[in-house]
Design a protein around this ligand. Sequence first.
Ligand SMILES: NC(=O)c1ccc[n+]([C@@H]2O[C@H](COP(=O)([O-])OP(=O)(O)OC[C@H]3O[C@@H](n4cnc5c(N)ncnc54)[C@H](OP(=O)(O)O)[C@@H]3O)[C@@H](O)[C@H]2O)c1
Length: 310
Amino acid sequence: MKVTVVSRSGREVVKGGLELSDSATVTDLQEAIHKRTKKFYPARQRLTLPVQPGSKERPVVLNYKKSLKDYISENSDNLTVVFKDLGPQVSYKTLFFFEYLGPLVLYPIFYYFNVYQYLGFKGDRVIRPVQTYALYYWCFHYFKRIMETFFVHRFSHATSPLLNVFRNCAYYWSFGSYIAYYVNHPLYTPVSDLQMKIGFAVGIIFQISNFYCHILLRNLRRPDGNGGYQIPRGFLFNFVTCANYTTEIYQWLGFNIATQTVAGYVFLVVAASIMTNWALAKHRRLKKIFDGKDGRPKYPRRWVILPPFL
Ligand SMILES: NC(=O)c1ccc[n+]([C@@H]2O[C@H](COP(=O)([O-])OP(=O)(O)OC[C@H]3O[C@@H](n4cnc5c(N)ncnc54)[C@H](OP(=O)(O)O)[C@@H]3O)[C@@H](O)[C@H]2O)c1
């Protein structure tokens, strides 16, 4: 079979095309492109079928698990694919590791080192119990997320663009420092003992619930990450599509009740709005996949993220 690989502007990416066996898969094609171009390893490649000029249709993306025969008409022996370079890629585990490492390392710096003396605050710094508990709570949270990244989540996408590492790190590292700065500040005013206890208790309950939600999500996939998207069931997933985000939001609320800083609440609002957007998209996707037609189950009625509002 002859495969012609062109860019979106129609320029040939692999000069003279590629000769592949009739049983070749999309993965074989990606490897053949890599061999000829050297630079474009498979995770960097997005291969689609050509669309008619001026057409508003979305191009069909070639599935790496499928055979090339699935994309050509029966009596043809030629295939043209459109190649797009997705840019340098990193694994999802690398992306998550670096974005969570920042807050895990930066927060304790504000607690253990009197950085405030370089910012004009002279005199002794008295560390309050709430600041110590907040440090443990914070570090436990990000340590848990790193452990979940490596040992719990079963990602469906192997890689993410390298640029996302810089974008996500900017988000997590700057918010981590912003909150750490205010919670550990020498002029920080602690909340009452009761409020602190309620806050941390709420936070810990929701951190444990969040972990359990991740175990339930993990069990929806096979160990190799295959199995697509399933209807999440059990525990809070019986009521909310993105129960993992719900519990994430409530655990940050618990932290904020206990520590009470503007910085912490700003982060809560920003994180909740990001997760709400993602949850709406995930809810829509599950409703589309499980539409109740042709033997497919119908997605049950559920809240999206924050019952009883959404
Ligand atoms: N504080 C913040 O700003 C913030 C923001 C986002 C997330 N988080 C925390 O980080 C955690 C992970 O975030 P995330 O966005 O990666 O979560 P996610 O996409 O909802 O789910 C985590 C894992 O479960 C898989 N999964 C989700 N729904 C599935 C379904 N219906 N069927 C099969 N597998 C499914 C996902 O697969 P795919 O690989 O296919 O996606 C992913 O590997 C969150 O639960 C939350 O605790 C915090």
